[in-house]
Design a protein around this ligand. Sequence first.
Ligand code: SF4
Length: 227
Amino acid sequence: MEKLYSDEELLMISGIQHYYYCKRQWFLIHVEQLWEDNIYTVRGDVLHEKVDNPFILESRKDRFISRSVPIVSYSLGFYGVSDAVEFMVDSEGYYIESKKNYFKVIPVEYKSGKPKKDNCDAVQLCTQAMCLEEMLDIKINHGFLYYGKTRHRQRIELDLTLREEVLELSKAMHQIINNDRIIQPDYCKKCERCSLKNLCIPKTKTHYKSVKNYIKAKLNDKEDLYA
Ligand code: SF4
């Protein structure tokens, strides 16, 4: 795989969820470094706390599971942590010296809610799989999405269409960063559930070029009051 991005250019895989929900939300969190919790984010965190324990290593006869696996792809420009990776004994799989055996590698992503209408969970899972493929020089055909609300795990085939979506997304997200573009708010129904509503102020008519500028402007207003 061709290395297209440097360490400094890598974007967080978790940002894909935000980008799908709203480009502005992704921009505020991952470029402007702003974050505020609400009930939906807290619910997700609780589920992840149970999963993100790097010391948990479940082992059964024909498989073992690694939790919170760090992953990276320099051809996609993404890095992050996979919730869990299952290793199933498979004679055509990836050889693991410490286990003296070959394993099929299957990424698993946990979500607190239920399956969504859009493709963002599958795209995130596919990105994780593509990272693992690059790191281990293997091919991964499928992964699983586990939904906390329905307590059901859904098998996702990592086909060409999904992979192309990941590539397009990577290109678009990096282009925004490279072009120094500011993503402006666009008020819609989703804003009411958004944890960043108070920081984004999507209904304001004056759109500042950056959130930093907005905060600076507000601070200047306050200073004027005390002048
Ligand atoms: S408040 Fe609305 S426009 Fe602003 S980040 Fe959230 S969803 Fe996006």
